[in-house]
Design a protein around this ligand. Structure first.
Ligand code: HH2
Length: 305
């Protein structure tokens, strides 16, 4: 099976943007935190964060996902004022970015300010458990909403990672959260779901969720997935976060084959190259009319590079 999205969702609307999901797209991660598990402290100066945000767009991401509070296992919560102080200069500095910006927050106050400052989507890792009013904000403003599954909070989530049937349980919880967003008035094609790789799951649970992603995609919503550099890859390969780039790309390709539409990654350039190669191969399968999105370089060189 190739990498054309297998889930029924075909577009995801976020604010004024409409993103085609005919083939998988990339959400590039920008953490403006001192303590994120992979890029903590690298972009916590606004100037550096703005430069990295622009680079992420140039490298081929369809969305920029900015976070100002780490959600790594055991992370301490950040007060809203502090979270907003980290986000504001970066959002304002990236107002003219050609791609939509999502903000990774579960706090209504931060989300409202982010939308006022130009964010097109809210990425809620609590799937409305922290503040159900986020759904009302998304409905009123038309921003996209990402509902991610997590058990408990970042402080407690790894204490209990046993599930009877992990894919069925996560699917059920996401279906419920999506229903709540619809009831609050959100339009169906603005609500994405995400199984929350690494959020209250064991190594086996993460692998099973990725293997059974088509069951999440059968909800009919755009599916985000974020295995990038996470510790289950380290557990498989016994390597630290900086050495998990190839593993992250492999996990994302496997997820895309099973219906993931939006791949949330730190390493945008590497992911883009992998998708471009897969897409070029896929386009040459007999009977496939869509799929290949030639790279910018190939387009500029008339496909002769
Ligand atoms: N993972 C992280 C944070 N936000 N959002 C979605 N939708 N899906 C994810 O898998 C996801 C997420 C954790 O990764 P990262 O942002 O790199 O680290 P940290 O939380 O330490 O800043």
């Amino acid at each position: 099976m190739g990498l054309s999205a297998v889930g029924p969702a075909r577009t995801w609307r976020t604010g004024d943007h409409e993103i085609s999901l005919e083939s998988p797209v990339i959400a590039g991660i920008l953490n403006v935190t001192p303590d994120s598990f992979s890029d903590g402290g690298r972009f916590d100066e606004p100037r550096k964060a703005i430069a990295r945000g622009r680079q992420i767009a140039e490298e081929g991401a369809a969305i920029l996902d900015i976070g100002a509070e780490s959600t790594r296992p055991g992370a301490a919560p950040v007060p809203a004022a502090e979270e907003w102080a980290r986000l504001e200069p970066v959002l304002l500095g990236l107002r003219d970015l050609p791609i939509p910006v999502s903000v990774d927050t579960h706090k209504l106050e931060v989300a409202e300010r982010a939308v006022d400052a130009g964010a097109s989507a809210i990425n809620d890792v609590t799937a409305l458990r922290a503040d159900p009013a986020l759904a009302g904000l998304a409905a009123r403003t038309g921003v996209g909403l990402i509902l991610m599954h997590m058990r408990g909070t970042p402080r407690t989530m790894q204490l209990d990672t046993d599930y009877g049937d992990v894919a069925a349980e996560v699917r059920g919880a996401l279906a419920e959260a999506r229903r709540a967003a619809l009831d609050a008035g959100c339009e169906p094609d603005r609500i994405a779901v995400d199984p929350g790789i690494g959020f209250g799951k064991s190594l086996d649970g993460n692998l099973e969720l990725l293997a059974r992603l088509d069951e999440i995609a059968s909800l009919g919503a755009p599916v985000w997935v974020g295995p990038s550099r996470k510790s289950f890859l380290g557990a498989l390969l016994d390597v630290g976060p900086d050495e998990r780039v190839t593993a992250s790309v492999a996990a994302c390709l496997a997820a895309a084959r099973r219906g993931a539409h939006v791949l949330r990654v730190h390493d945008v350039r590497e992911m883009r190259q992998a998708l471009d190669v897969e897409g070029a191969i896929e386009a040459r399968r007999p009977g496939v009319v869509h799929g290949a999105r030639p790279s910018a370089r190939a387009r500029a060189a008339g496909g002769r590079t």
